[in-house]
Design a protein around this ligand. Structure first.
Ligand SMILES: *[C@@H]1O[C@H](CO)[C@@H](O)[C@H](O)[C@H]1NC(C)=O
Ligand SMILES: *[C@@H]1O[C@H](CO)[C@@H](O)[C@H](O)[C@H]1NC(C)=O
Ligand SMILES: *[C@@H]1O[C@H](CO)[C@@H](O)[C@H](O)[C@H]1NC(C)=O
Ligand SMILES: *[C@@H]1O[C@H](CO)[C@@H](O)[C@H](O)[C@H]1NC(C)=O
Ligand SMILES: *[C@@H]1O[C@H](CO)[C@@H](O)[C@H](O)[C@H]1NC(C)=O
Length: 253
């Protein structure tokens, strides 16, 4: 009987245990289900959030992209504008430089013309000095030739004939210095186109050896081709040395 009772108790205990275990299982199962649902919800929420984030990011990217496109378009326009400005400036600079160059060329052309004139003027200079190399005897009325040429700028003086021919028109100055020989009284005139203009006189001292000198100067207005020479107007002999004493000079002023 007792054994039966104990057995019954044990059985009851076991049944209770089983029942309790069953309950616990159900409870656990329910908790598990609940947790599972929660996980699913959270996963969904996470997915939603993820989607939102993605969407936002995409929109942000889209916005950023649009902004970038607009910036690029603005910069391209600005660049085009700047290019135009730079080109415009460059053109203006070139124009200015061109004007400056034209002015420089004009100035240089003028300077060149001025210099050419100076060079031409200097090449148009006329001046000569010629002398006799020693004492000489010439007849009255003869042209005195001065064979020793000291200077003959412009080539107007002819040492072979003693005649000066004006290479160009202008105001000329002529000078003669005639040294009479011993007691010979000598008159030398400056002749322009055949006409005597001025004359020198060297007085021979009436028989004594005076070797007197006579000089004279004439400023003459010559046309190109006019001739001027020194003429023995009266007397015959003149005196000179290696360094000429009796001389004839002329120059254009
Ligand atoms: C997830 O989004 C769907 C529709 O977009 C919505 O019906 C649901 O309630 C959201 N769930 C959670 C947990 O946010
Ligand atoms: C582009 O230019 C326009 C007009 O000048 C301006 O309103 C806009 O803000 C600019 N956009 C950007 C992105 O610089
Ligand atoms: C470009 O030039 C145009 C007209 O020339 C002007 O309307 C515009 O504002 C300029 N844009 C920029 C970015 O300089
Ligand atoms: C040209 O000459 C004028 C007058 O002499 C002067 O004022 C000007 O500066 C010169 N121009 C140049 C480019 O040399
Ligand atoms: C050229 O000569 C003229 C007058 O003869 C003068 O006015 C001018 O300044 C000169 N110019 C130059 C560049 O020498």
């Amino acid at each position: 009987m007792f054994r039966e009772a104990v057995f019954g108790l044990i059985l009851a205990f076991l049944v209770t245990c089983i029942i309790l275990q069953e309950k616990r299982f159900e409870e656990l199962d329910s908790a598990h289900s609940h947790l599972w649902n929660r996980v699913e919800d959270l996963t969904q929420a996470n997915q939603n959030l993820s989607n939102i984030v993605h969407e936002r990011k995409f929109k942000e990217l889209e916005l950023s992209h649009t902004h970038l496109l607009e910036t690029v378009a603005n910069l391209t326009l600005a660049n085009t504008n700047l290019s135009k400005i730079v080109q415009g400036r460059r053109f203006k600079e070139l124009e200015l430089s061109h004007t400056h160059l034209l002015e420089t060329v004009a100035n240089l052309t003028l300077a060149n013309r001025n210099l050419s004139k100076i060079v031409q003027d200097s090449s148009n200079k006329v001046a000569f000095t010629a002398g006799t190399s020693g004492a000489g005897n010439i007849g009255t009325g003869s042209i005195i030739a001065f064979p020793v040429v000291i200077n003959n700028e412009g080539g107007g003086y002819n040492p072979g004939t003693g005649v000066f021919t004006a290479p160009r028109s202008g105001q000329y100055v002529f000078f003669v210095s005639a040294q009479g020989y011993g007691s010979n009284t000598l008159y030398v005139s400056i002749i322009h186109n055949g006409g005597a203009k001025v004359m020198t006189m060297s007085d021979g001292g009436r028989g004594k050896d005076f070797y007197d000198s006579g000089t004279n100067l004439a400023a003459l207005n010559l046309q190109q081709g006019d001739t001027v020479w020194a003429k023995c107007q009266s007397g015959s002999s003149y005196y000179s040395e290696g360094i000429p004493i009796t001389t004839f000079s002329g120059f254009l002023i």
